[in-house]
Design a protein around this ligand. Structure first.
Ligand SMILES: CC(C)(COP(=O)(O)OP(=O)(O)OC[C@H]1O[C@@H](n2cnc3c(N)ncnc32)[C@H](O)[C@@H]1OP(=O)(O)O)[C@@H](O)C(=O)NCCC(=O)NCCS
Length: 148
């Protein structure tokens, strides 16, 4: 595998918005097109396409908003979608680490993520990546934090 993040552009947009998950996972993350629309109106959003060689295999969106009154929204993962076909190959973990590197370069000491609880949801993945639940629930979602 040769993984990298890339900014959205005219060449990768179509593949990014066409990403599909495994059946039943749609309740855990918004469609990529929705996230891109949110990024368009959110200056602090950090949307990136995940490529393996030159193939789009996923999408991650961070939010870096150090002044946000809610601590969980100051630096963290807002969205993460890995194509159903490419799950289980380390794509998600790579994207989390790349976002953590970006956060570190901006001076953050921790990143957060909110996930929808559920047996087939992303909780085990985030725990595997080192996130620790803070005990907080925001908008019905579990808050996890990763110290950098
Ligand atoms: C959750 C998601 C991003 C994980 O991406 P992925 O590329 O499949 O994960 P990786 O292959 O990088 O897995 C990293 C580690 O987590 C583990 N892991 C991943 N999903 C897991 C699961 N459902 N249950 C248990 N362990 C899991 C892997 O075994 C791997 O462990 P290892 O480091 O010991 O090898 C992906 O499944 C996805 O897009 N899900 C649907 C959307 C979603 O829920 N997004 C999160 C929104 S907050």
């Amino acid at each position: 595998m040769s993984l990298k993040l890339e900014e959205l552009n005219a060449d990768n947009l179509q593949a990014a918005v066409s990403l599909s998950l495994k059946p039943g996972q749609e309740k855990y993350v918004a469609p990529v097109v929705h996230s891109i629309a949110q990024a368009y109106v959110t200056p602090t959003a950090w949307p990136r396409v995940i490529l393996d060689q030159d193939q789009v295999v996923g999408f991650i969106m961070g939010n870096f908003d150090p002044e946000n009154e809610i601590e969980a929204f100051r630096a963290g993962i807002w969205r993460l979608n890995v194509s159903g076909e490419d799950q289980g190959r380390g794509v998600g973990k790579f994207a989390v680490q790349a976002l953590a590197d970006e956060a570190r370069s901006r001076g953050a000491e921790r990143i957060t993520v909110l996930w929808v609880p559920g047996e087939d949801g992303p909780e085990k993945f985030y725990l595997k990546c080192g996130f620790v639940p803070t005990g907080e629930i925001l908008f019905g979602e579990t808050v996890g934090v990763l110290k950098l």
